[in-house]
Design a protein around this ligand. Structure first.
Ligand SMILES: [Zn+2]
Length: 380
């Protein structure tokens, strides 16, 4: 803000004592434009600094995410390895469980048979069928116990078998728990990895956007630099305007009266934003001769990078100048410094610069300010 105020004050101080405000002409106009450009350049420089800092920050964020991703990836690999080990162990365990199960079943069958043969058939034939129907060890044991048919040796054998069964069940439960733990860990790790990937791609997007912005700023800077140079040249070439020598202004494109865009604010056909339109657009085919609207001296005949394309500027004295934009390549028919009379052919209609099709953009400047050309000329 301070800079802006200072810049403004400086322009004012420089111009005021020399009494140039009252008689501002194309020279002052160009100087003002250059000042404006320089301010734009400063603003761009600020923007560039800001975006560069953003870019740096975003890159740091991305790098830390990548480091975290690497650590998590390593962690995930470790978990996967562990799961593989657990799975191997589980397979071995399953095999052992299977073998023990078979042994247990076999022992149980043997025991049942032995009980039935040794005790039941010889002593309590009536209960034999009932005992043989016992579905598992617990039930069989209970029935035998109730009948008080069991010996100490048999009971020890029974206990041993029961313990084996309990061990088996514990092993199975342990196995399941271990497997579940490993799976949970892996799932958590995968979730974290996924979240990190999302953060990373977001950071990458921000980086890309910053880089795009920086490129755009660089292009704008180039453009401003070019315009600045051109303006400097224009300022150098401009001489004192003196008195108005133009005479009555005339229509620059005789026979072409269609105005496709008027002076003032309008929606720009290419930029799609509301912009001040500094002149009128007159439709005419490519190559149509453009005539000087008034007598004067050509102070510019060449390319203007502000969007005007090939441009002719005629200084008519008294702070009045006319501008002719978008002239076709090879269509500049006058040279800088050349004196032209009103109605002289000066150029050919084209579509160079920021333009959608062949037309003449015609501007009238009075004391450095664009005014509505229709106040000076009428379609004819
Ligand atoms: Zn225009």
């Amino acid at each position: 803000m301070m800079k802006k105020i200072l810049a403004f004050a400086m322009v004012f101080c420089l111009l005021a004592p020399m009494g140039m405000i009252a008689q501002a002409g194309p020279l002052e106009d160009a100087k003002a434009q250059q000042k404006k450009l320089q301010n734009e350049k400063k603003a761009l420089e600020q923007e560039k600094k800001k975006v560069s800092q953003n870019l740096l920050n975003n890159k740091q964020v991305r790098d830390s995410i990548i480091a975290e991703l690497e650590a998590k990836g390593y962690e995930k690999e470790k978990i996967e390895e562990k799961i593989k080990e657990i799975e191997d162990a589980i397979r071995t365990l399953d095999q052992a469980i299977q073998e023990r199960q078979e042994e247990y079943d076999r022992q149980l069958r043997l025991f049942q048979q032995r009980l039935v043969v040794l005790y039941v058939r010889s002593r309590i034939g009536a209960d034999a069928s009932e005992l043989a129907q016992s579905e598992d060890m617990d039930e069989l044991f209970r029935r035998l116990h109730t009948m008080q048919l069991i010996s100490k040796a048999d009971q020890d054998l029974m206990d041993s078998i029961m313990r084996k069964k309990q061990e088996l069940d514990e092993l199975k439960a342990l196995r399941e728990q271990e497997e579940q733990n490993a799976r949970d860990q892996l799932e958590q790790s995968l979730k974290e990895l996924q979240e990190l990937e999302v953060s990373r791609s977001k950071a990458e997007e921000r980086i890309q956007a910053d880089e795009e912005t920086l490129k755009k700023i660089a292009r704008q800077e180039d453009q401003l630099e070019k315009e600045d140079k051109e303006l400097g040249e224009l300022i150098r070439k401009l001489s004192s305007s003196g008195k108005y020598i133009g005479g009555t202004m005339q229509w620059p494109l005789p026979g072409y009266t269609h105005i496709s865009s008027y002076f003032g604010n309008r929606l720009h056909p290419i930029l799609k934003v509301y912009r001040f339109h500094s002149g009128i657009d007159i439709s005419a085919p490519q190559g149509t001769y453009i005539h000087a609207a008034a007598s004067g001296k050509v102070i510019w005949s060449g390319w203007r990078s502000g969007g005007g394309g090939n441009t002719v500027i005629i200084d008519h004295g008294g702070g009045i100048a006319t501008l002719y934009l978008h002239i076709m390549n090879g269509g500049l028919l006058v040279k800088e410094g050349q004196v032209v009379a009103a109605g002289d052919v000066i150029a050919k209609v084209g579509s160079t610069g920021l333009s959608t099709g062949p037309h003449l953009h015609f501007t009238v400047k009075v004391n450095g300010e664009s005014v509505d050309p229709l106040k000076y000329v009428s379609p004819k």
